[in-house]
Structures are given as structure tokens and as C-alpha cells.
Design a protein around this ligand. Structure first.
Ligand code: C5P
Length: 235
């Protein structure tokens, strides 16, 4: 599987999203649709982006009882997305129900990749201890959640690039690490607590990087995207 840069389209409408994508000219990047855009526009935004030629990661981070997640995944399977996700915190049973739902919803068609969020990249070890009462170091928690995801039959995890190496050690090189929390060396890190540059993410073994504001908020988004692809993939 080739490395790729996924642009987080954290916009509130399809108009805003298209206006942004037009700035990228003929490029057809892998894009991530999050809750804001999906809740505003519904399945039509997925269809529109697929028709434009983009690969789509639908980032809805499902986290509910297994039966509910199973049924929701059956529906998501019909949208034609390339990647979708759940929270690993929903437990192995929930993740198994999710992959089963996805498979059932796809029938004989190709199945989207299913990955699990380990700990959000905005969460620090201190907040994890204080708010979640998880009294272990971040790397152990992320590796444990990743192994749960692998055992449930998922394709990979969302984690910080700082954890990609450890996840690959524990779950194998073929297990995908999709990593947000990426900033250029000269950027503001905003609300992300654990950040690295695209070049560093490559060095640490990330399979995909998810980049939002460093591209969407750049004065020249096309140049920022190309810089990201070049730093991360060497292309
Ligand atoms: O703008 P920025 O590059 O920080 O955007 C990162 C994107 O990745 C956001 O859409 C955010 O929701 C998402 N994300 C994250 N941390 C996770 C999972 C997803 O930042 N663990």
C-alpha cells in the first residue's frame, strides 16, 4: 500500500469544500470528510467527491453498542467510501460488530478500509490520567488499543506519528497507521498536543498522514499540498 497525504476537509458546506478543492487545480487528493461536513451535507457530499475523482475517508468515529455500530456500518458501506473508522475505546466486540456490518453492507463489492481511533492526538498523557483514569503511558495504551483493533479484524488505526513505529512493531508492518497531528516545522500547532512534520512522519513509518489546517489554512493551499506530498512520499 502506497503512502499518501489525506486532506482533512473540515468545512461546513459543500460550497466551501469545492471552493477549497478548486484551488488545487487538477490535483485529486485523498480527502477526509469529518462530522461537521457530513452532518451538514449528508451522503451527497461523498457522492460529489467520488464523482470528482477523490478517494474519501469518512471520519465519523463511531462509538456505541455493537448492535448499533453494526447497523450503522451496513449503511455506510453503501456510500462508496474508501476508508471509515470507529473508536477502539468501544471494545473488541464493538469493532468486530463494525467490520461484520461493513462486510455485510458491501456484499460482493470492495470493502472500505476500517480503522480505529486509539487516543485522539489532542489528548495528552496527563489528560488521559486525569479525565479518563487511564494510568498507563500513552505508548502502551495506543499499542494495546491497536492490538485489540487488529484482533477484531480491522485494517489499522488512527494514531500520532510518534506511535506509528510501536504500532507496527506490535501489529506488523501491514497494519495501517493513519496519522493526524502533522504540521510543517514553521506552523502553529493549534489544539494538537502531539505533532510532527510530514518528513518526520515518513521517518517514523506512518502509512497515511491526515493534514488539515496546514493545507486548508495556507495562503497557497496547492503549494502546501505539494510540499506535504513531497516531504512525506518523496514524490
Ligand atoms: O487541522 P488539523 O491538521 O489539526 O486536522 C486534523 C484532522 O484529523 C481533524 O479533522 C481531526 O478531527 C482529525 N483527527 C485528529 N486526531 C485523531 C483523529 C482524527 O486530529 N486521533
Amino acid at each position: 500500500m502506497g503512502r499518501d497525504v489525506i486532506i482533512a476537509c473540515d468545512f461546513s458546506s459543500s460550497e466551501e469544500t469545492l471552493e477549497f478543492l478548486e484551488k488545487l487545480g487538477d490535483e485529486r487528493p485523498y480527502v477526509k470528510i469529518g462530522m461537521e461536513l457530513f452532518y451538514a451535507e449528508g451522503p451527497d457530499i461523498v457522492k460529489m467527491l467520488k464523482m470528482r475523482g477523490h478517494k474519501v475517508f469518512l471520519d465519523l468515529k463511531l462509538h456505541d453498542i455493537p448492535n448499533t455500530v453494526n447497523k450503522a456500518m451496513k449503511v455506510l458501506a453503501g456510500l462508496g467510501v474508501d476508508m471509515c473508522n470507529v473508536h477502539a475505546g468501544g471494545t473488541v466486540d464493538m469493532m468486530k460488530a463494525a467490520i461484520d456490518g461493513l462486510k455485510a453492507g458491501c456484499g460482493t463489492g470492495s470493502r472500505p478500509l476500517l480503522i480505529a481511533v486509539t487516543q485522539l492526538t489532542s489528548t495528552t498523557e496527563e489528560r488521559m490520567r486525569r479525565d479518563l483514569m487511564i494510568d498507563r503511558d500513552m505508548e502502551s495504551v495506543v499499542s494495546h488499543y491497536a492490538l485489540n483493533a487488529k484482533n477484531a479484524g480491522l485494517d489499522g488505526v488512527v494514531c500520532s506519528p510518534l506511535e506509528s513505529g510501536k504500532v507496527h512493531d506490535v501489529c506488523g508492518q501491514g497494519f495501517l497507521t493513519v496519522t493526524p497531528g502533522v504540521r510543517f516545522a514553521d506552523d502553529d500547532k493549534g489544539d494538537q498536543a502531539r505533532v510532527t512534520t510530514p518528513a518526520k512522519a515518513k521517518e517514523l513509518g506512518s502509512d497515511y498522514i491526515v493534514v488539515g489546517r496546514s493545507i486548508t489554512g495556507a495562503a497557497d493551499p496547492a503549494a502546501a499540498y505539494r510540499r506535504c506530498v513531497s516531504e512525506f512520499t518523496g514524490r
